[in-house]
Design a protein around this ligand. Structure first.
Ligand code: MG
Ligand code: ZN
Length: 216
């Protein structure tokens, strides 16, 4: 048996949600209603995020990228967690509802691209369109966009000990399948409500220390 960690990106590896930061900076006010509809689960993530990106002109692609890469900070302790994963021969994948143009550069040198699952922004049309290479399989009807339970079904060996690290409602479905969860923000409330085994974390050091004590 080995450990397999599925780790969220926005608000987990990074301090902030980067799609929200991008929309705040560049989208016309219509994005707020779309965001509220998604958070209140009146609209699917795929539909809401797709419509938000459609508000952004493709010509400013470089501006969006530079803006995010200049402001994103990686949460304390991330490289040490990856070193721990490597030392134990554990598996580690990033599963993110974020876009390739900011997820990949931030993880460059930390996580191999083959272990990064995220959405893809396409700047070839007048406004930004989103490709969804990890859309829901036949077992999920949430229209997730990047479907974390679908990815888990594809890549996690049921014999492995599944650990989920995340911060929000988009991590909830996969957290239900996990053997243990490290949670921040809204995911704490959801784990409490469902009786899912979890520990809260502030930095990745918290997780590394906790895993050191429980690791076999
Ligand atoms: Mg998140
Ligand atoms: Zn789904």
């Amino acid at each position: 048996m080995t450990v397999h960690i599925l780790c969220d990106f926005d608000g987990t590896i990074t301090a902030e949600d980067n799609i929200i930061a991008l929309m705040k900076a560049f989208a016309p006010p219509d994005w707020v209603e779309l965001k509220d509809a998604v958070l209140e689960q009146r609209m699917s993530i795929r539909s809401g995020v797709g419509q938000m990106f459609a508000l952004l002109p493709s010509t400013d692609a470089e501006t969006y990228r530079d803006y995010l890469l200049n402001r994103i900070t990686v949460r304390q302790g991330f490289p040490d967690l990856l070193a721990q994963v490597e030392a134990h021969g554990w598996k580690f994948d990033v599963v993110s509802g974020g876009m390739d143009f900011f997820v990949h550069p931030i993880l460059d040198g930390h996580v191999d691209p083959e272990h990064i699952y995220c959405n893809v922004a396409d700047f070839s049309a007048e406004t930004v369109t989103v490709a969804w290479p990890h859309a829901c399989d036949e077992h999920c009807t949430n229209d997730c966009g990047c479907c974390k339970p679908t990815i888990a079904r594809r890549i996690v060996n049921p014999a492995d000990r599944l650990i989920v690290i995340g911060d929000s409602v988009t991590d909830f479905e996969v957290a239900k399948r996990a053997d243990f969860v490290y949670a921040r923000g809204q995911l704490i409330t959801l784990c409490e409500a469902e009786g899912i085994a979890y520990a809260p974390f502030e930095t990745f050091d918290d997780i590394t220390h906790h895993l050191q004590e429980v690791a076999v």
